[in-house]
Design a protein around this ligand. Structure first.
Ligand code: FE2
Length: 274
């Protein structure tokens, strides 16, 4: 059995602090073999920098995925040529830096393919994710039976459709982007683990990670506002997936939603069993 941990969209410093502080304890408590983190909102809610990406790798991430905010910080552009563990959606125009897939070696020695694609419903016009994802799967399947797809998309219907499209073709389809964890995790009929959204790792007393007063003012007045990352009530949201590494099928999918207190308890537990 190979156990994957997918950490949902990390937002700003509150989200990063949870990951850098708690990831190793979570990995040891849950006996995780491979960690995938969505990092597209890690730098103050918009994009990611090389320093921040390296922090995630030091904290224990095997692969980092992205989305519509991947390129928001321009200093990340040259980083893609040095660091193949940082992904961007595969269905972007051909000239975009980086790639949408990577095969990681999990801690237990099993190869894990990770693919990142982005939806088109209520989002920017990009290439067809349903077609592009199949080519990406072909690429990683040469080296990995266990494959996880991060589908960064807005519409539930598009995400559910992607789940069925890939049922039996990959180990897991994990939705990201809406920052609200859904309760529809399940194993699909052909053995693919699915959830519409893994949820947000960041401050939960704002509006999907942003300071709530600015968002409220925008809705109440229609005037443009400066959006700052919220601070209160940080939670780490994610998914744990168990995979049979011979068949590539998932055997279980479990939601994770941890407060700072929960994370600290796991850190204390890890320290006492050492
Ligand atoms: Fe996003």
């Amino acid at each position: 059995m190979t156990r994957l941990l997918f950490v949902g969209d990390v937002v700003g410093r509150p989200g990063r602090d949870l990951v850098t502080r708690g990831l190793k304890a979570i990995v040891s408590a849950h006996r995780v073999d491979c960690v995938i983190v969505n990092v597209e909102n890690a730098a103050a809610g918009f994009g990611v920098t090389p320093e921040i990406a390296n922090e995630f790798l030091d904290a224990g991430a095997h692969v980092m995925t992205g989305g519509n905010h991947t390129f928001d910080k321009k200093e990340i552009l040259p980083f893609f040529s040095q660091e193949s563990r940082l992904l961007r959606p595969a269905n972007l125009p051909a000239g975009a830096p980086g790639a949408g897939h990577y095969v990681a070696r999990a801690t237990n020695g099993v190869n894990v393919g990770v693919i990142n694609v982005m939806g088109r419903v209520f989002m920017h016009a990009i290439d067809d994710p349903f077609r592009v994802v199949l080519t990406e799967i072909e690429k990683v399947k040469k080296d990995a039976a266990v494959v996880l797809v991060d589908f960064h998309a807005e519409a539930t219907s598009e995400k559910v459709a992607m789940g069925w499209h890939l049922d039996g073709r990959v180990t897991a389809v994990v939705g990201t982007h809406t920052h609200v964890q859904t309760a529809d995790e399940r194993l699909l009929l052909q053995g693919t683990a699915y959830i519409t959204d893994a949820g947000m790792t960041g401050p939960h007393d704002g509006v999907i990670g942003v300071e709530r007063q600015a968002i409220l003012s925008r809705f109440l007045t229609g005037l443009p506002q400066r959006f700052e990352t919220a601070r209160e009530n940080p939670r780490l949201s994610g998914i744990i997936i168990d995979a049979d590494e011979r068949s590539g099928r998932a055997t279980a999918i479990t939601r994770l939603s941890l407060s700072l207190k929960d994370v600290d308890a796991l850190i204390a537990q890890a320290a006492s069993t050492r």
